[in-house]
Design a protein around this ligand. Structure first.
Ligand code: ZN
Length: 690
């Protein structure tokens, strides 16, 4: 799901930690038993709390203090939250499924054979190490043979075809103005570091990162056989060419604004704008279907990239392509590649101390690359119709609660209100798993050739995505895999989506009282619904089209309220002196702000249907349990290195601030715990949008 994720995904618990670039390869010889730190968290855990803390001053400490003290970040992770424990538990479940599927028994289903053989090839470390760099040899030769601009573009297209998105991203996405159809989209990209800021900022941290990055590229080039002196020079040139692309790119806040994606042009005009891209040749070499119209985000990036293709020496572009081939594939190659990749991507950038055991990396890779084969096996063991029924009941109550809120907003006029309700009525939901599964039978998988298997599956995904261009959108598709512990709102179909993996503690437990389920999965449902009305979602209508359904005045009132949230979160200090980016995280914070209110109201609706509020449990009222359950999803420790990356790239606030910000703005929270106005968890000028 590489491309769909990179272009459009809105994750809601937290972003994919490393995007599409995952690490895989040699085990470190850790003495730690493989799964010694895997405990399935409880839904509501009084032993996680620090009841000596004042809930009105720091509710995160109150709900999570003891958990945090007892659960440092494990050496093979960079972020450790209670819901990550669920993710780890999930990987154990998937491991058992894959180990079973990997036994070449008679009567294995086609699905089990594909997923199982892939996993076997991944666990076959001996074959991986013996192969060395040979799985990439054909591609390296193609790059070495480039002697003209035509040759450069052909090689670029061949890399894209096998999942290496050098220079930019290209694929299918629903049309911004007719979401029923898939169109071609080109988006800025091509950087090896996580964000343009690393290239453009002049501070010490950026300089240190750039120097380490150049050393990392050089190390990879040396592993490909380049002479040490040459490799260092080449690596420096790669940094310079990526700096050009970084300078031509928009920042992440601008890229959140749909208007910066709304540049529809024709292939012919794009060719005039960026002649050196030889764009028609690129599409043909890639195997894209023929099409006339294309969205380009942003046009300026491609104009400048074209100039750079004309001015930067061909030899530099050849090294650039070689480096990106290495960056995508290193995790699947022999030990020296895996080690070098780990040292930079994980240890240096994110503060991870040890590489994950091989089985964990192999399970994650199988999930990422063959997610719908694995999901099909997973679902047979984990998801029940009862879970779906209860979730649908909650969704219904929450939609009612949001409709009531919209009906009562004092700042909204009748005209906009009518439109907002129409959009809410059009929301669809997906719960559990896809109605039809992707068929991987055309992917060739060998039991002893991991890197080739990865290339084949990436090529399959790539081609699957490309062939959608010009066709109606398939409404049955998901953009995350079934075992994923997360959820999302998807603008083009105005849908909320909850994969089977999310229905586990600390988000959902069918044996627990309503209060704790509404505080967790109920909040998440409210959060996803609110995404349809955040600063981004509110620009799309109920049919998923970019349409302004607001009166000018109402939009101004809305902007005032979202600015309140942006300013509030901007005050939070993430690490050292780095502040949270209030505009980058605005959509998520707005969804949190609305989600808690909707879930709280829905909990009361559910209680009313059952004849009133439930009696206190463990000494807490149902309202208090609701808020503790909400906060306990987020109990977390994070490495300082990872926090620095999150501050730059993640549209989600670090989890501690999701608790402090969301609850500090909600008067019902203050009431439940008897907080007085002006205490930290009871903001006098509380922000509210929906
Ligand atoms: Zn979200």
């Amino acid at each position: 799901m590489l491309y769909r994720q990179r272009l459009v995904l809105i994750f809601c618990l937290a972003g994919a930690i490393f995007g599409p670039h995952s690490v895989l390869g040699q085990d470190t010889k850790s003495s730690q038993a493989d799964d010694s730190n895997i405990i399935r968290p409880k839904m509501f855990d009084v032993t996680a709390m620090d009841t000596t803390a004042d809930p009105c001053e720091d509710f995160d400490q109150y709900a999570c203090g003891t958990w945090r003290k007892n659960n440092p970040v494990p050496p093979d992770q960079v972020f450790w939250a209670r819901y990550n424990q669920t993710g780890e538990y999930n990987r154990m479940v998937l491991r058992k499924i894959l180990e079973q599927a990997a036994i070449p028994a008679q009567g294995r289903s086609e699905t089990a054979k594909i997923a199982g053989d892939f996993y076997a090839s991944c666990m076959d470390e001996t074959s991986v190490n013996r192969a060395g760099v040979s799985p990439l040899e054909a591609q390296l030769k193609q790059i070495a043979a480039i002697s003209s601009r035509e040759g450069l573009i052909d090689a670029l297209a061949r890399l894209h075809a096998t999942g290496v998105p050098a220079m930019f991203e290209f694929g299918a996405r629903p049309d911004l103005h007719d979401a029923t159809r898939e169109v071609a989209v080109m988006v800025q990209g091509g950087l090896g570091l996580p964000d343009r800021e690393y290239y453009l900022s002049q501070n010490e941290e950026s300089k240190r990162t750039q120097a380490r990055y150049v050393a990392h590229i050089a190390a990879m080039l040396k592993l490909f056989g380049d002479a040490p002196d040459l490799a260092e020079k080449e690596a420096g040139a790669v940094l310079e060419v990526e700096k050009i692309m970084a300078a031509a790119s928009l920042d992440r806040v601008s890229m959140r604004d749909p208007k910066n994606h709304d540049h529809k042009t024709t292939v012919k005009s794009l060719d005039t704008l960026a002649p050196n891209l030889l764009i028609a040749r690129f599409f043909k070499a890639l195997g894209a279907p023929s099409f006339q119209d294309i969205y380009v985000a942003p046009p300026d990036f491609f104009e400048k990239l074209s100039v750079a293709i004309g001015s930067v020496p061909l030899d530099t572009w050849k090294v650039y392509l070689k480096w990106h081939l290495a960056q995508t594939n290193a995790p699947f190659l022999s030990e020296p590649f895996v080690k070098e990749d780990f040292e930079f991507e994980r240890r240096f950038l994110n503060g991870q101390k040890e590489i994950e055991p091989r089985w964990k990396r192999c399970v994650s890779t199988a999930d990422r690359l063959l997610g719908e084969a694995l999901g099909r096996l997973y679902i047979e063991q984990t998801f029940t119709p009862e879970t779906k029924r209860r979730t649908l009941e909650m969704v219904k109550l929450e939609e009612e609660a949001l409709a009531e809120n919209i009906g009562q907003l004092p700042w909204m006029t009748a005209e906009t209100r009518r439109q907002a309700l129409a959009k809410l009525n059009a929301v669809t939901n997906k719960i559990g798993y896809p109605e039809k599964w992707l068929n991987y039978s055309s992917v060739s998988i060998k039991r002893n050739d991991l890197a080739t298997n990865v290339r084949n599956t990436l090529a399959f995904q790539r081609n699957y995505n490309l062939q959608k261009i010009g066709h109606p959108r398939d409404t049955s598709e998901w953009i995350v895999t079934t075992p994923t512990v997360n959820a999302y709102y998807y603008s083009p179909e105005n849908s909320i989506n909850f994969p089977a993996g999310v229905f586990q503690p600390p988000l959902f437990d069918s044996t627990m009282d309503d209060a704790v389920n509404f505080g967790a999965i109920g909040w998440l449902i409210g959060h996803e619904l609110t995404h349809g009305f955040d600063d981004q979602g509110s620009k799309f209508d109920g049919q998923g089209n970019l349409v302004n359904w607001w009166t000018l005045n109402d939009r101004e009132e809305f902007d005032k309220r979202t600015s309140c949230i942006a300013d509030e979160y901007q005050q939070f200090v993430v690490v050292d002196d780095i502040h949270l980016n209030g505009r980058l995280t605005l959509g998520e914070n707005t969804a949190d702000n609305g989600g808690i209110r909707i879930a709280f109201a829905a909990m009361h609706k559910a209680a009313a249907e059952k004849g009133g509020d439930a009696a206190p449990i463990d000494g807490f009222t149902s309202e208090q349990r609701f808020f503790i359950s909400f906060a306990q999803q987020w109990c977390a420790n994070v490495t300082p290195e990872r926090l620095r990356v999150i501050a730059k790239i993640d549209p989600h606030s670090p989890v501690r601030f999701r608790t402090l910000g969301t609850l500090g703005d909600y008067s019902e929270f203050a009431k439940s715990f008897g907080c007085k106005s002006g205490q930290k968890m009871s903001r006098p000028n509380a922000c509210r949008v929906w």
